[in-house]
Design a protein around this ligand. Sequence first.
Ligand code: UD1
Ligand code: CA
Length: 487
Amino acid sequence: LPEAALSNSFSEFPQMATQSFTAIVLAAGKGTRMRSPAPKVLQPLAGRSMLFHVLKALKGAGASKVVAVVGYGRELVDSELTTIGEELYLPVESVFQAQQMGTGDAVKVAIASMTAHASEESVVIVNGDCLLLQSQTLEQFFADHTTLKSALCIGALELSDPTGYGRVVTKGKVAQRIVEEREATAREQKIQLVNGGAYITRVGVLRKLLPKIKASKRSGEFYLTDLVALANAAKLKVGVSTLPSEDLLGANDPFELATAENIWRERKLLELMQNGVRFVDPLRVTLDEGIAIGAGSVIEPDVMLLGATKVGQNVTIQMGSRIESSLIEDGALIKAHCYFLNASVGQGAHVGPFANLRPGTKLGANTKVGNFVEFKQAVLGDNSKVSHLSYVGDATIGKDVNIGCGFITCNYDGFQKHQTKIEDGAFIGSDVQVVAPLTVGRDSYIASGTTLTLNVPEGSLAVARVKQENKIGYSKRIKDRMRRAGK
Ligand code: UD1
Ligand code: CA
């Protein structure tokens, strides 16, 4: 099994981004509106945290480093940041905002840690809940910032219902200030150009303007959005880049998170369909962030592809299968209602219906695993078959092996797990139990109904069952005796 295939591949970033920058990610808030004990930035979308999605977009757009401002749930957020940083090959530094005194204060904390950074260096600031942001959108944002020659550029969006967002107050084409919803006048509340919570500027601009932010009289918070008015007052050019609104939707509560997940799913489905994947009913599949599916594959309804599952080309996955962190190679057929976790299925294999492939299962090419078969920490060699009602645990089965119905590896003695080895070409009859540890040699035959307790040498026939005896006419004798006793 190519193990690398199971981890996320970053061939998604083949070309060097056009710019390089440090990103400041604001992730210290609790996310009260989520009404969840977990920090908001750890809420999942498509199986990964909000933070993962944000950092992946930043990495793709050229971030050379991320400074994440953490606060609520610091340990949990830090550990997720470490995981993401390693996975994306992105240096991540976390800085601690002891009290959540607003987005302006959060950026102050970040800048205070960036003493070694040159004033001229570009900085992208994003809210940690900006989870639909895409690399190409950030590229467009940067292009606008460059064209506009702005000192501070705001990522804005137009919304028919701007509720909840800071409104961008403009005069002519110039953004004058951003007013937060709770502080906006009735007239300002009607403004549909809103702040998306993403900004591009330079380290020096932040060093100069951040100390000037005053706490809001209404809420006592320091608003990062005050930078717009402050930049204008300092005669620094403020640019507005209007970006696709879907990219900047913030997810503040469970409903907005579900809405974001639907948008993410639509994007993923579209991308997969453009690559030649067919979904019998696209609304009835669950897809995680890390999955990949090859051209010509068909996915039936109610299939869940989770974790870093990779599906090859021309694979069919029938309805109701749940497949997590697994590899399915080209041409395989997964029949209805299978359950796989950390398993791999070779080219052209047929599995299911109702197969349970537990961690460490490796099925070779053109294998067949039929209904109600369970595998765990077990390898099945090419062209081998386990077609019905079996348990195969802690076993290595060679090539061209045929295993009949009702085969069981007795692998556990209550203390330890024991290995079963079945060599190439063996033929195992139905209803055979192997009391492991034990080896069945090449090309051996095991008679049906055998309980194996000894190794079987190559090329042998093993039989371990009581010899059958037929007592002719005995049935009538039994029945006569019963009848007499009953009367
Ligand atoms: C913010 C913007 C608003 C914009 C919206 C876009 C401000 C004042 N308002 O509002 O103009 O329309 O985003 O989604 O910036 N955070 C910290 N430390 C703090 C406070 C917040 O790290 O002290 C983090 C939060 O964890 C969050 C991000 O900053 O990830 C934004 O905070 P949030 O409360 O979601 O701001 P909004 O009210 O959405
Ligand atoms: Ca928000």
